[in-house]
Design a protein around this ligand. Sequence first.
Ligand SMILES: Nc1ncnc2c1ncn2[C@@H]1O[C@H](COP(=O)(O)OP(=O)(O)OP(=O)(O)O)[C@@H](O)[C@H]1O
Ligand SMILES: [Mg+2]
Length: 301
Amino acid sequence: MLSITDVRKTFFAGTVNERVALNGVSLTVNEGDFVTVIGSNGAGKSTLLNTVSGTIIPDSGEIRVGDRTVTRLPEHRKAKWISRVFQDPMKGSSPTLTIEQNMAIAQRRGLSRGLSRGVTRARRQEFTEELKTLQLGLENRLGAKVGLLSGGQRQALSLLMATFSAPEILLLDEHTAALDPQRAQHVTEITERIVNERHLTTLMVTHNMEQALRLGNRLIMLHEGRILFELDAEQKRGATVADLLAEFRKLQAATGEPALDDATLLETARSAGPNAAAEAVAPGGAPTGGSSAAEVAPENR
Ligand SMILES: Nc1ncnc2c1ncn2[C@@H]1O[C@H](COP(=O)(O)OP(=O)(O)OP(=O)(O)O)[C@@H](O)[C@H]1O
Ligand SMILES: [Mg+2]
């Protein structure tokens, strides 16, 4: 279980560049929950994941994993409980090492020293079985350097590696955003399968509204460092992409600033068709039927 209580983070506090990234976020993610996270550029999504992983230490508030308080622990001390996959396919694995060497390292993550660097026959067999599940043919390329793989292959491998050590929490920050639509779709399917099979407690940031609704059992929308609203499994089933886009438009109307960023629009056009994207930016355009997400989920400020 992950519990986040009133977490705050301001960058460059007290300067002209002051940026309030998290403005009191509280969220309890129960074991096996898969929470999708949406919100426009700068809403605080990555900062939220960064404070959970320990890349960023919050100014105040508390973060607990299971019964441990981990608020101020740096990333490497949390690595045995918390795993993540980044947007950049280059980040999750080492290009100069082979697939099996990368996997061996991932498997040891969080364990103390003492295991040999070599890859035993039994482990090689295990890696082969794991790689087969990706359906990318990587099981026949255990000795290939990871730098030779495509972005999609690397991202699928990163996902496998991130989930090897059965982390208590899996963090995914737009991990399909840098891939072409077909590969993004494939990595999304792999994500869904791995998370379900391993019952991983997961937070996944996405700009793809269709994905945000289809995957997982909960959804939160962040805005200006706060959780603007949350949908539970039932509300999520009842909501449509148009409902979510309407929420962005409402924000746009309220703040006078564009809430729908390019990434969201592109993803919308990709997954829901160009009409949905055009409608989303149309001034004063109304959502196509259905109740708005905010109506089914009271604000959670
Ligand atoms: N390391 C940092 N140093 C300074 N400011 C930062 C840092 N990280 C984030 N910020 C600022 O904090 C705010 C929240 O940023 P964050 O990256 O969390 O947004 P996001 O929701 O992930 O946006 P995006 O959709 O663009 O990825 C932004 O104003 C951003 O400029
Ligand atoms: Mg981000």
